[in-house]
Design a protein around this ligand. Structure first.
Ligand code: ZN
Length: 99
């Protein structure tokens, strides 16, 4: 949206006056905004959110979790660790017993 200088000033003036007249609505609007952010953040940390706001969050997550194959039972599993070789601690201990 491109506004002329005059229109922009009018818009700012309008918004400022509106805010002064409706402090409760402004507060509620800000509160609503942060409530929504809080809901979004429920399953992730604030650090993650800050990081992912710079890039595409879904892409970052799919890159971080890779499908791996357990070297003991052959099942596919997901791990964020690049060197993960076992689907579970059961397979890990089974492997360690045999090697
Ligand atoms: Zn396994």
């Amino acid at each position: 949206m491109k506004l002329s200088e005059k229109a922009r000033k009018l818009k700012n003036e309008y918004q400022n006056k509106w805010k002064k007249k409706n402090p409760d609505k402004v507060r509620k609007y800000i509160a609503d905004y942060w409530e929504r952010q809080a809901e979004k953040l429920e399953n992730s940390s604030l650090d993650q959110a800050i990081k992912s706001s710079a890039t595409d969050s879904t892409q970052q997550i799919s890159v971080a979790t890779d499908n791996k194959r357990c070297i003991v039972c052959g099942n596919e599993f997901q791990s964020k660790r690049a060197d993960a070789r076992f689907c579970s601690s059961t397979c890990r201990s089974r492997y360690n017993r045999n090697h």
